[in-house]
Write a protein that binds this ligand. Structure first.
Ligand SMILES: [Fe+2]
Length: 162
């Protein structure tokens, strides 16, 4: 068996999140269109723009590694996004649509936070401080998005209860 090392794992995981980001870029406009509240639509639109920048950061890291920027099919993100699609279909026209999409979007963010946290740590370990810094920037954006979604979810619950 080939002796794959941490740098191979780093590259593989970079491809995984690259694939995920590309899928997220496709999903966000659909989620924005389906959102009932203006706030949620605005949050999805904002994160779409951010995601474009995140893809660019990944492009930069592939360049640093002298590797082509290429995704590798990630079953985890496919599954999370499929669940989101299911909610959009099944709760169309329901007052539970936005809470459902918020939950789906937070699952996406948590997946990304996990991946970026790992990649950042590995970049540091591999002596790639520039890559680590780019990954840290994206990690901070994902955490901020998750916080914003948490707040919207709480607002939605409170509005429902009022
Ligand atoms: Fe992202």
């Amino acid at each position: 068996m080939a002796d794959k090392d941490l740098s191979a794992l780093f590259l593989d995981t970079l491809k995984d999140i690259y694939y995920a980001e590309k899928q997220i870029l496709k999903a966000l406009p659909k989620m924005a269109k389906a959102a009932q509240s203006d706030e949620l639509r605005a949050a999805f639109e904002k994160h779409h723009t951010e995601t474009e920048g995140q893809v660019e950061r990944l492009d930069e890291i592939f360049e640093m590694l002298d590797k082509p920027a290429r995704g590798k099919k990630c079953d985890a993100i496919e599954g999370i996004l499929d669940e989101g699609k299911e909610i959009m279909d099944e709760y169309k026209g329901s007052s539970a649509l936005d809470p459902g999409m918020l939950a789906a979007a937070q699952a996406v963010e948590h997946y990304e936070i996990s991946r970026y946290g790992t990649l950042k740590a590995w970049a540091e370990k591999l002596g790639m401080p520039k890559a680590a810094k780019l990954l840290e920037q994206t990690l901070a954006e994902e955490k901020k998005t998750d916080d914003a979604l948490s707040k919207l979810a709480l607002d939605a619950i409170n509005a429902e209860a009022a």
